[in-house]
Design a protein around this ligand. Structure first.
Ligand code: HEM
Length: 462
């Protein structure tokens, strides 16, 4: 006997559309999971989605022998801009394997170490900007972290300088990308008729895609015109060969991956740094401990690559921020192709083949069965290496799962440790408005909304 999976009552044809606020779908799903528990189903225009909100269910569906990544309706739309890029490629798409195998070494430990000096260059631009600000200036911290992460991935991966710290406005790529992601999500909820009757958003959508492609094309053209010896992702894509088949990436796949890296490589890390800053400012003891660690390990001198593995508390802060506020808040899986019978999960829930199972990290990573009654609190101590390594495997999945997990994780990690350490080394930081309460801004990723800080240079730093 299986246990029925709860579902809120819906309406004819549109199903549960009114249960999800498109501007705050994370909040809506959180509220539904408070009401329905570890699993519930929503039906949207005839397609069913199962939301998994407990560690044990997420752990089970991360078994790659039984489940694979699902390109859900939102990602299907993102393919309009980035096609077979690694993030949106279908599991059986030949070009995914070619690109994955060609690029894994470039994202490996040696590849990332090669990128350290350029990451440092960009991170010090943020420090210089903040150092010039008046201690009473309010800094929009997420915007500056977005400048940093965009410039960093563009410089490290493809030798392109966006120089975002030298302009008031963000590079047009950022707005185009942000609108493209929001509209991709919106399109996945629209009917064909709506898309046909209201063309204006589609026209804008297409012009945003064209802008992103032109930025990527310019970078590729320049590298072909002016070759470089750099061991970066662009050279790996242009000249690397798949170690298994000997094939090279096609021009289309290169373009799709360039845009993918620019998108995936900055939004999420900028959100991570912003949330980590917020949590530290709301938890003065953790802030003090993190700053003390930087002082003890690095002192006032330059932060070097060798320091990256010697800042365990900073790492714990970042892990805990990603646990409470996973900047990619969910990922989807489905029973393996060829599954023809319904599958049982959790020993009790019957799931039809082909269904979309959404690992809803914002909830599963707060499972009180794993993290206790204080699961909603920010406590980096529980993420120190000895405890972190003993956590059950489904309890911390902010970088996704298995072969389709995040290829950029080592890049993001190095960038986040370096940036947080540099900020704490150089500045005393406080909230611009001490009564600020966390609000979430959501596109495909999440960030704190309207988070402003004030900074002052620490004594002895000039
Ligand atoms: C995949 C999260 C940083 C590139 C993923 C997935 C998650 C994720 C959850 C799996 C998505 C799914 O299953 O549908 C994050 C987070 C980051 C981060 C939280 C930062 C804190 C980066 C960076 C890059 C990157 C810096 C590039 C430099 C990618 C790519 C994929 C991916 C290309 C697709 C991999 C594949 O399927 O082959 N990421 N990511 N990510 N990420 Fe990241």
């Amino acid at each position: 006997m299986s246990t029925p999976i709860p579902q809120p009552p819906g309406y004819f044809l549109v199903g549960n559309i009114s249960d999800v606020d498109p501007k705050d779908s994370i909040g809506s799903i959180n509220r539904l999971s408070e009401k329905y528990g570890e699993i519930f189903k929503l039906s949207l225009f005839g397609s069913d989605r199962y939301f998994l909100c407990s560690e044990r269910l997420v752990q089970e569906v991360c078994d790659e022998n039984r489940f694979v990544k699902k390109i859900n309706a939102g990602l299907e739309q993102v393919r309009n801009g980035v096609g077979d890029g690694l993030f949106t490629a279908y599991n059986d798409e030949h070009s995914w394997g070619v690109a994955h195998r060609t690029l894994v070494p470039a994202f490996g430990p040696i590849g990332i170490q090669h990128m350290y000096d350029e990451m440092y260059d960009i991170a010090t631009q943020l420090v210089s900007k903040w150092a010039r600000s008046d201690p009473e200036d309010s800094i929009h911290v997420t915007d500056d972290f977005t400048r940093l992460t965009l410039d960093s991935i563009a410089l490290c991966a493809m030798d392109k300088r966006f120089n975002s710290f030298y302009h008031e406005e963000m590079h047009p790529f950022v707005d185009a990308m942000s609108e493209f992601l929001v509209e991709s999500g919106a399109r996945s909820r629209k009917t064909r008729l709506e898309l046909m009757l209201n063309r204006a958003p589609t026209v804008r959508y297409e012009s945003n895609i064209a802008l992103m492609k032109s930025v990527a094309q310019e970078v590729v053209d320049r590298r072909r015109r002016i070759p470089s010896e750099k061991k970066d992702l662009l050279n790996a894509m242009l000249f690397g060969k798949d170690p298994k088949t000997g094939e090279r990436l096609s021009d289309d796949t290169i373009m799709n991956n360039m845009i993918t890296f620019l998108i995936a490589g900055h939004e999420t890390t900028s959100g991570l740094l912003s949330f980590a800053t917020y949590f530290l400012l709301k938890n003065p003891e953790a802030l003090q401990r993190a700053q003390q660690e930087v002082d003890d390990v690095v002192g006032k001198g330059p932060i070097k690559f060798q320091h990256m593995s010697k800042l365990p508390y900073i790492e714990a802060v970042l892990r805990e921020a990603l646990r409470l506020t996973p900047t990619a808040p969910a990922f989807s899986v489905t029973p393996k192709p060829g599954t023809t019978e319904p599958v049982i999960i959790g020993g009790q829930y019957l799931i039809p083949p082909n269904s979309t199972l959404i690992c809803f990290l914002s909830k599963s990573q707060r499972d009180p069965g794993v993290y206790g009654s204080d699961a909603d609190e920010f406590k980096p101590e529980r993420m120190l290496a000895d405890k972190f390594e003993k956590l059950p495997s489904g309890s911390w999945k902010p970088f996704g799962n298995g072969a389709r997990g995040c290829i950029g994780r080592p890049f993001a990690w190095q960038e986040a440790i370096l940036t947080l350490a540099l900020v704490l080394q150089n500045f005393n930081v406080r909230l611009a408005d001490s009564s600020y309460q966390l609000k979430i801004k959501q596109t495909l990723t999440i960030k704190p909304d309207n988070l402003y800080i004030k900074v002052s240079l620490r004594p002895g730093i000039d």
